[in-house]
Design a protein around this ligand. Structure first.
Ligand code: NAD
Length: 493
């Protein structure tokens, strides 16, 4: 088999691809809803008809269990492609906008949602299928042409998709670029109509700077440390099972992985005991060699994680062992719990992106909230509580892209809610209509009938007192008294 490097897109090809896509976009090929619907069906078909090949590729890239590939990679793309196809006519329908101002009543006022143009999607490796193809759904639905830059860190998936995509999608409109930093850098020198980047916040700064040069609109899907706050009065057994579920998926290499736990001292020992119990139940023979548990993506990332375990000043109370996979690569790491972790610990320096769970003790929920508040805004904040006051405090006093109570991961199952970060965890929203919206722009449309000219003639000089009265009316509008009933913070809940 040829090495993956041999398949990197030649740098000089990248501008040519963009020019071809621009020509396609100008031709109007991707505009008709029927074309978009057919391409969305094809995307779903591609995933369904090649399930086994996708599982094989992700086994080689990430040691991903088949069930995780079906439920977290292929399933969502099939489901969301069909969902978008079904609703596309409704999303693309022009909206007749009713105006409230009396003298505009006869104007034709509409809102069109039209494609932005030719867009660039830069994908990561950790959920290679869903994170490459979810933005593709949005771009197809919006009527855009697209270049998809796949991650070089998941080479088997990249090779497979590079072969499959042209068999299912129209290559006049949708193309893949393979490679690493030089290829992304070349692509970023060009002007695009939108850039969608998923990955690390350090690289996001490079992408943002490049986008700024062309004033290109940008979506950033980033990660960071997503905390878990545990109310000692909550069901600790349930919390442990659900946090472990969030931690073992993809061996913790997930942007929404619960990164660390903040728990009051009174509940800590019981929580750790419950976590160990859940672990023993899920992995009766341990996880190190289990086919139900993924590998770390490569020895470099594994060494980074092992380094964190070597440097932590906390105490390993569960797991901590490492090993090789069936191909002899040092990429296996046990689900691990580290107790007694302080804020300055190595485990708290950056996103862990692995199966290690640090436990930080706090005095109470208020101290946990203060801890979260003084760190960058997370992608997700998880909290386990049944107490409405605690829920309310967390909602109103913290900031995060998603807020999830009493579970982990399950926000992804809700198609009707958007997904995305805030601040350091990114900006922009995706899934369903939000994905369609971010690759579309809202074009306002006004047609002022010629026969209304006499009613508008006061705007032309020479001006008289009547013109002044009409044109300055808003400057004299009455401002209501500030005494409003209600309007307290309860209205936000
Ligand atoms: P990454 O930033 O290393 O790589 C992503 C893409 O950027 C790749 O295609 C890569 O080729 C490119 N790239 C890497 N370095 C570059 C550089 N210097 N210049 C230009 N392009 C470069 O990210 P990753 O390691 O693939 O993913 C891990 C990160 O992504 C984590 O922080 C994780 O939380 C985050 N993430 C976020 C989401 C989300 O939806 N919010 C999803 C998955 C991952």
């Amino acid at each position: 088999m040829a090495s993956f490097d041999a398949e990197y897109t030649p740098l000089e090809e990248i501008p040519k691809i963009r020019t071809e896509l621009r020509d396609t976009f100008a031709s109007g090929l991707t505009l008709p809803p029927a074309f978009r619907i057919q391409q969305l069906h094809q995307l779903a078909r591609m995933c369904q008809e090649n399930k086994d090949a996708i599982v094989d590729a992700l086994t080689l890239d990430l040691g991903k269990p088949k069930i995780e590939v079906f439920s977290g990679e292929i399933g969502p793309i099939v489901d969301r492609s069909l969902y978008a196809a079904e609703r596309l006519r409704e999303w693309t329908r022009p909206e007749k906008v009713e105006v409230g101002t009396a003298w505009q009543k006869e104007w034709d006022t509409r809102l069109y949602r039209l494609p932005k143009g030719v867009v660039l999607v830069i994908a990561p490796w950790n959920y290679p299928v869903v994170l490459s193809l979810q933005p593709v759904i949005g771009a197809i639905a919006a009527g855009c042409c697209l270049v998809l830059k796949l991650s070089e860190v998941a080479p088997h998936w990249a090779s497979l998709l590079t072969r499959l995509l042209p068999q299912y999608l129209d290559t006049r409109a949708y193309r893949i670029v393979n490679g690493a930093v030089p290829e992304v850098t070349r692509a970023l020198e060009l002007q695009w109509d939108h850039i969608f980047y998923t990955g690390h916040s350090a690289v996001a700064r490079i992408v943002s700077a490049a986008a700024a040069k062309h004033l290109t609109p940008l979506t950033l899907e980033l990660g960071g440390k997503s905390p878990v706050i545990i109310d000692p009065a909550s069901d600790l057994t349930l919390a442990a099972r659900r946090i472990l579920y969030g931690k073992f998926n993809g061996a913790g290499q997930t942007c929404i992985c619960p990164d660390y736990v903040l728990i009051p001292t009174s509940a800590k020992a019981a929580f750790i005991a419950a976590y160990k119990e859940a672990y023993a139940e899920f992995f009766p023979n341990g996880c190190l060699d289990s086919d139900d548990y993924a590998s770390i993506v490569n020895p470099t990332h594994h060494a980074r994680l092992k380094g964190l375990l070597d440097r932590t000043k906390g105490r390993i109370v569960m797991g901590g062992r490492v090993g090789e996979d069936k191909r002899g690569r040092m990429v296996r790491m046990e689900l691990t719990v580290v107790d007694g972790v302080e804020e300055e610990d190595a485990l708290m320096e950056g996103e862990i992106f692995g199966p290690i769970l640090p436990i930080l003790e706090v005095r109470d929920i208020d101290q946990a909230i203060e801890f979260v508040r003084r760190r960058p805004h997370p992608l997700v904040l998880y909290a386990f509580t049944q107490d409405d006051d605690v829920r309310r405090k967390i909602l109103l006093r913290t900031t995060s892209g998603n807020l999830v109570f009493n579970d982990t991961y399950m926000q992804l199952a809700v198609k009707e809610l958007p997904f995305g970060g805030v601040g350091e965890s990114g900006h922009g929203r995706q899934f369903s209509k939000w994905s369609f919206d971010l690759f579309s722009y809202e074009r306002s449309y006004v047609d002022v009938p010629p026969h209304l000219e006499s009613g508008l003639s006061h705007r032309y000089p020479p001006y008289d007192d009547m013109a002044m009265a009409i044109m300055s009316a808003a400057t004299n509008m009455e401002i209501p008294s500030d005494e409003v009933s209600g309007g307290g913070v309860e209205d936000l809940l």
